[in-house]
Design a protein. Structure first.
Length: 614
């Protein structure tokens, strides 16, 4: 850096110190002041400039003594100059006056002291940005692999923005470490200004050190989780080349097992005797048992209560056992009481690190407008994560199904092969976090054969997607879209078991209409069930303060006895809702009205639950 730049950094601080010792103890308090900027500040620089000035950020915070106001202005001069420097304006000039007098004006103390108690003054900040500097020569001091040099991301002729220059150092260091130079060091760049050429020359001092492999891997904090299982989950082994991206992937794999509340990794500060770099994974195990409760209410289905008991580490290898008991239909005038009892066992790392094995046993009873059902199901699934965005599953389920519809009772035995493929780019694996951007999509194909009440083979195909758009970049204003298309191939509408048919209406499809009320109906206006369904939603979500939020939404959908989607009568519902955000998710209250009226339908529907609708 040139000598005149060095004095520009030191002199303001010395002047402030001398002035502070020399100034009298002024008595008057300035009740308020207004700040006026003038000069040729570029629009892109202005927000940073104002944010750097204490005169701006502390304005309106209450009365300030006159001497403190002057001191605040003196401290802002180098602050503002540094802000301009960071954008490449290294010959800037910043001048501040108070009551039209300069900060070094000997009459300034008397002028302010003469003001009446509680007076207000004008502070003027004049900025001359000067010429814009560009990057000149870029040199690297020390050996550097050719492919790492491009990681700097800057070139001669670029604007000399301080942030970009410093980011180049971080990028270079990250590239070296990713190439195996675990102990590489890149010093802060040495910058020298050529004021005549208006350029900044940069020198990066680099010491790559040797390329190294991963050494011994140790764990700290393991108690109930078997160490052999933790090592198998890592997908990282001693002797592999050091790469921070692979180490982070291994850390995330451990964290995703569900048995750890925290996982961190640290490398040793020196190589071992074999020239390798040891790693230590620090883990904190979650409590082995957990109990969860949830409740929902809607005017069509009444109150549903759910309790789940979980064991997160059954045999020491992160096996999960979840026992769930739910009651439904409480307080509903249109549906009867029901229950859902389920047991679920999950074994991670099944055959491959990215696969899990799941077994489910469930007993269900429900009394709905469309049908009454009592069913028992045994199912098994293999679920696999193909990449960060893609996952899928394949399974086999056997169901004993006792269904009654319109006074006719049928017994079915169903064998199904559910297949799913899912895509998720929202980056919110945590169910308690609301997605603000990205896309979730799923395709489910379920070939099914029924025995008993009918002998039929059919395929249930459903595709769903939801997309999120962050309007402000801070996840406070979000547009959420949802779409669903489903169809049943094989058999006629009435040949398919009633509980396997498709329905629309309710919080999962079209709010404002009672559950299952959209679609074909019997003469008594009870739902028949459809062979095709489609639905779409647009919803605007707005955070209000820290704990509250609101939503506006419109849903549309249709269901048809025909197997072709988009062939039924379209129904539209709209509404608004409130959100209260808690540590366990958002409490949601939605009120929706049908815009396409259905005979004997309710004037509105109310939905209360935990978490967003989708």
């Amino acid at each position: 850096m040139s000598l005149n730049r060095l004095f520009r950094w030191i002199l303001p601080s010395l002047l402030c110190a001398v002035a502070a010792m020399a100034e009298p103890a002024w008595a008057a308090d300035i009740q308020g002041y207004n700040v006026e900027f003038s000069g040729n500040t570029p629009a892109a620089v202005d927000p940073t400039l104002r944010g750097s000035a204490q005169l701006v950020t502390l304005a309106g915070k209450g009365a300030v003594p006159a001497f403190a106001l002057v001191e605040r202005a003196r401290e802002d001069v180098p602050r503002l100059q540094s802000a301009l420097d960071s954008f490449g304006y290294y010959q800037n000039i910043v001048t501040i006056t108070i009551a039209n007098r300069g900060l070094d004006d000997p009459d300034l103390p008397a002028t302010l002291d003469a003001l009446p108690q509680g007076a207000s003054v004008t502070v003027k900040i004049s900025v001359a940005v000067g010429p814009l500097y560009h990057i000149g020569k870029i040199a690297v001091k020390g050996s550097l692999p050719d492919k790492a040099r491009s990681a700097l991301g800057i070139a001669t002729g670029d604007v000399a923005v301080a942030g970009l220059v410093l980011d180049a150092r971080s990028r270079l260091l990250a590239a070296l470490q990713e190439d195996g130079y675990a102990l590489a060091k890149v010093e802060e760049p040495d910058a020298s200004a050529d004021d005549s050429a208006r350029t900044i020359d940069l020198v990066y001092a680099v010491n790559t050190g040797p390329q190294v492999a991963i050494g011994a891997i140790t764990f700290k904090g393991l108690k109930d989780v078997n160490e052999a299982f933790a090592r198998r989950a890592l997908t990282l082994h001693p002797g592999e080349g050091y790469r921070p991206s692979r180490i982070e992937a291994a850390r995330q794999a451990l964290a995703g097992l569900g048995v750890f509340s925290g996982v961190s990794v640290r490398a040793a500060d020196h190589l071992d005797a074999d020239g390798r770099l040891p790693l230590t994974f620090d883990v904190e195990e979650r409590k082995r048992h957990a109990v969860a409760f949830s409740a929902n209410y809607s005017t069509d289905l009444g109150i549903s209560l759910t309790a789940t008991w979980s064991h997160r580490n059954l045999f020491g290898n992160a096996e999960q056992l979840n026992l769930t008991a739910a009651g439904s239909g409480l307080g509903s005038a249109s549906t009867g009481l029901g229950y859902n009892l389920a047991a679920q066992y999950i074994e991670p790392l099944f055959l491959e690190p990215s696969q899990v094995l799941e077994f489910d046993i469930a007993a269900l009873k429900q009394q709905l407008d469309a049908y009454d059902q009592t069913a028992e199901t045994v199912a098994g699934f293999v679920r696999r994560k193909f990449s960060l965005l893609w996952s899928g599953s394949a399974g086999l389920s056997v169901t004993y199904d006792d269904v009654s519809q319109e006074g006719t009772q049928q017994l079915y035995q169903l064998i199904a092969l559910p297949l799913t493929v899912s895509y998720d780019s929202t980056g919110t694996a945590d169910a308690l976090r609301d997605p603000a951007s990205g896309l979730r999509a799923a395709l489910a194909l379920t070939p099914t054969h029924t025995f008993g009440g009918s002998d039929l083979t059919f395929l249930v195909a459903q595709a769903s997607a939801s997309s999120y758009f962050d309007l402000g970049g801070d996840a406070r204003s979000v547009i959420a879209l949802r779409g669903l298309v489903g169809s049943i191939l094989g058999g006629s509408n009435l040949q398919v078991p009633p509980d396997q048919r498709l329905y629309a209406g309710g919080s999962a499809t079209v709010r404002g209409y009672a559950y299952q009320s959209i679609g074909p109906q019997f003469v008594d206006r009870k739902p028949v069930g459809a062979k095709s369904v489609d639905a779409a939603t647009v919803e605007f979500r707005q955070r209000i303060g820290e704990d509250w939020g609101a939503a506006l939404f419109m849903d549309a959908g249709q269901a048809s006895a025909d197997g072709t989607p988009f062939t039924g009568t379209l129904h539209i519902g709209a509404g608004a809702g409130a959100r209260y955000y808690t540590p366990i998710g958002a409490v949601r209250v939605d009120v929706a009205v049908p815009l396409t009226r259905v005979p004997h339908s309710d004037a509105f529907e109310l939905y209360i639950g935990l978490g967003q609708a989708f």
